[in-house]
Unconditional design. Structure first.
Length: 217
C-alpha cells in the first residue's frame, strides 16, 4: 500500500519528526552535566542541519560528530552565555527593585541586551556545528548575523516565546515543540550560512550575493 511506501510524504515526515525528537533527547541527555550543554547543542544542530539538507547519515553518528568537533568552542560559548545571562538578569532585577526612572531605564537596557544575547545564541551553536571557526570569530559572526538578519532573528525569538507559552498551557506539547523549534533554527541558520558561503559573515569579503530565486525557510 502507498501509505507504507518509504517515499510517501507522510511516512517521510514521520521519520523526520522521529529523528528530530531523538536528537532533542540526545541534546537533553548530554546536557545533564550542564557544562557540556554547549557541545550538546552543537551536536544537535549538526544532526538537524543535515536533516534539513537531506544529507543525514544517522541520528547518533551526526550528533556525536558535531558534539566532538565543536566541544571546545561550544563549551566556551556556553559558559560565556551563562555568565552574561546571569549578570544581565541580575542587573535587570536589581534595577527593577530600585523603582526609579533611572532604574527602569537600566532594567530595559539590560533586558534588551539579554534578548540580543539569546538572538546571538540562536546562531552560535549552528555555526559551530557547520564551521571550524575560532571562538572570537564565532561570537562576532553570530552577532553580525543576528543584526543583519534581524527579521529572521525576531521571528525565531517570537516562535520561541509562543512555543514556550503553549508548552506551559498544554500538557506534553513540549515533546513536539522543542524539536520543532530546534529544527527551525537549524533551517534558518543553514539558509543564512549559504548566502555567505565559506566566508565569515562579519568579514569584508563576505558580501551578500545578489538575490537568487531562493525561498525563505
Amino acid at each position: 500500500m502507498d501509505a507504507f511506501n518509504v517515499e510517501n510524504r507522510v511516512w517521510t515526515f514521520l521519520n523526520k519528526l522521529t529523528d528530530l525528537f531523538l536528537l532533542s533527547v540526545l541534546r537533553f541527555v548530554f546536557s545533564i552535566p550542564l557544562i557540556t550543554a554547549g557541545a550538546a547543542a552543537a551536536g544537535c544542530y549538526n544532526g538537524m542541519a543535515k536533516i534539513a539538507e537531506d544529507t543525514d547519515s544517522g541520528v547518533w553518528k551526526d550528533f556525536i560528530s558535531g558534539f566532538k568537533a565543536g566541544f571546545k568552542t561550544a563549551t566556551k560559548a556556553w559558559l560565556l552565555q551563562m555568565l552574561v545571562t546571569c549578570v544581565l538578569a541580575l542587573n535587570a532585577y536589581v534595577s527593577f527593585r530600585v523603582k526609579t526612572p533611572l532604574g527602569v531605564f537600566i532594567m530595559i537596557l539590560n533586558l534588551a541586551l539579554l534578548l540580543f544575547t539569546v538572538a546571538m545564541a540562536l546562531y552560535v551553536y549552528p555555526m559551530i556545528s557547520q564551521y571550524n571557526f575560532g571562538f572570537k570569530k564565532v561570537l562576532w559572526d553570530s552577532a553580525v548575523i543576528a543584526v543583519t538578519h534581524l527579521p529572521h532573528s525576531l521571528s525565531l525569538l517570537a516562535l520561541l516565546a509562543v512555543l514556550t507559552y503553549l508548552s506551559v498551557r498544554i500538557k506534553y506539547l513540549c515533546i513536539v515543540a522543542i524539536p520543532v523549534f530546534f529544527y527551525q533554527v537549524a533551517r534558518v541558520a543553514v539558509w543564512i550560512f549559504k548566502k555567505y558561503g565559506e566566508a565569515a559573515p562579519g568579514s569584508p569579503q563576505a558580501e551578500v550575493p545578489a538575490p537568487q530565486e531562493e525561498h525563505n525557510p
